[in-house]
Design a protein around this ligand. Structure first.
Ligand SMILES: [Zn+2]
Length: 110
């Protein structure tokens, strides 16, 4: 059986920031797999002493959105933060000039 790449994984590169809808967390991609990414999540460990550790986790492609590209067209040019959602989604200069109702739905969600 051939491993199929999840459509959302085509735009995700190592070093990109991704948002997990499951965990409401943002993390940087460490490794890319056909249908998941490996991220390192900073957590506070209170096991005896208080320490900040980076815990590797696998996040499924179905649960994440890439924050390092425009969420409407996938461009990496002239990105700005999209305000009002609480999540640092990015939008490019071209999609910013398009009326919100005429923008394509966020990539991978149609
Ligand atoms: Zn765009």
């Amino acid at each position: 059986m051939k491993i199929q790449q999840h459509p959302r994984m085509r735009t995700i590169l190592v070093g990109d920031e991704v948002y997990s809808y499951q965990l409401n967390l943002v993390a940087r991609v460490d490794e890319v797999f056909p249908a998941a990414v490996c991220v390192k999540v900073g957590i506070l460990s209170v096991n005896g002493i208080l320490r900040f550790i980076l815990s590797p986790q696998l996040w499924r492609a179905d649960d994440i959105e890439n924050l390092s590209v425009c969420r409407y067209c996938g461009s990496r040019d002239e990105l700005e933060m999209e305000h009002g959602t609480g999540v640092p989604f990015r939008i490019c200069s071209e999609c910013r000039t398009t009326a919100p109702e005429k923008r394509r739905p966020p990539r991978g969600w149609w």
